[in-house]
Design a protein. Structure first.
Length: 271
């Protein structure tokens, strides 16, 4: 059983929902990213989504786009991110790590080399936003054999047949995009999210997390009963940008994560 599966199983036994936190690696720099990741762990984050900056994103909203540009200007590379993760895994046991990004950096790095390096670094899963399952065979051959969960996205516009196809090949957990748009730009509609989650659950028993439009503890608490986890990204990235040069960066991130987690766990949920 993968560390991602173990985490969801443990949370289910405790009647808790997973807090999945996204940050852009290298923003404001890789040393600060280490502090931020440690702060997220302190704050009770259950799964880390570590974003690999890319120059031409398609799913990221303005907040994360700006973070990616800042990171790239600092010279952040995929290799450097993997080195950071491996080094941190030696010193503190991180929550399960999902690399979030686009296919071009992986393809340039080399799919076999990437899968080997990611496994060695302690990466648990991978979410490649612009790689549909029909085109993922080359990468999946390498990641599957090394036990890296290949995370799938399902959107409100995904057809019934497409949901069935994605669910059949999904690993780790299914990521439901709660809005039609890019990250951090709209508020999810609870009734629509609930309807789509029921639709997806008809085809898969994998844990299901909701993200892309959730930015406050209150929103996380409202939607947590519907799913197995909540993803928050832009709100963390924005807070990092606001506190990047201050002494309270670490405490600000950990307290925000703790506040979200507490709001999510105010009641015991069953889904």
């Amino acid at each position: 059983m993968s560390r991602i599966a173990q985490t969801f199983q443990r949370l289910k036994e405790r009647k808790e929902k997973a807090l999945v936190a996204y940050v852009t690696a290298g923003d404001p720099d890789l040393d600060k990213t280490r502090e931020i990741i440690a702060a997220l762990k302190e704050g009770g984050v259950d799964i880390l989504e570590i974003g690999v900056p890319f120059s031409d994103p398609t799913a990221d909203g303005p907040v994360i786009q700006a973070a990616a540009q800042r990171s790239l200007k600092k010279g952040t590379t995929l290799s450097g991110i993997l080195d950071m993760i491996e080094d941190m895994q030696r010193s503190i046991e991180l929550p399960p790590v999902v690399l979030f990004g686009y296919y071009n950096p992986i393809y340039t790095y080399g799919t076999k080399r990437f899968a080997q390096r990611a496994q060695a670094a302690g990466v648990d899963g991978l979410l490649v936003v612009d790689l549909p399952q029909e085109e993922a065979g080359e990468l999946r051959r390498e990641t599957d054999r090394r036990g890296l969960d290949f995370i799938s996205l399902i959107a409100p516009t995904t057809s019934e047949d497409r949901v069935r196809q994605i669910a059949r090949q999904a690993q780790g957990f299914i990521y439901y995009i709660s809005i039609t748009g890019v990250t951090g730009t709209a508020k999810p509609d609870k009734e629509s999210v609930q309807r789509d989650i029921r639709r997806i659950r008809a085809y898969s028993d994998l844990p299901l997390v909701v993200g892309f439009g959730i930015s406050t503890p209150a929103q996380a608490g409202e939607l947590a009963p519907l799913a197995d986890g909540i993803v928050i990204g832009s709100a963390f990235v924005k807070r990092i940008a606001e506190h990047a040069e201050s002494q309270d960066l670490r405490s600000s991130i950990s307290s925000f994560a703790r506040e979200i987690k507490q709001e999510m766990q105010k009641e015991s949920y069953s889904t």
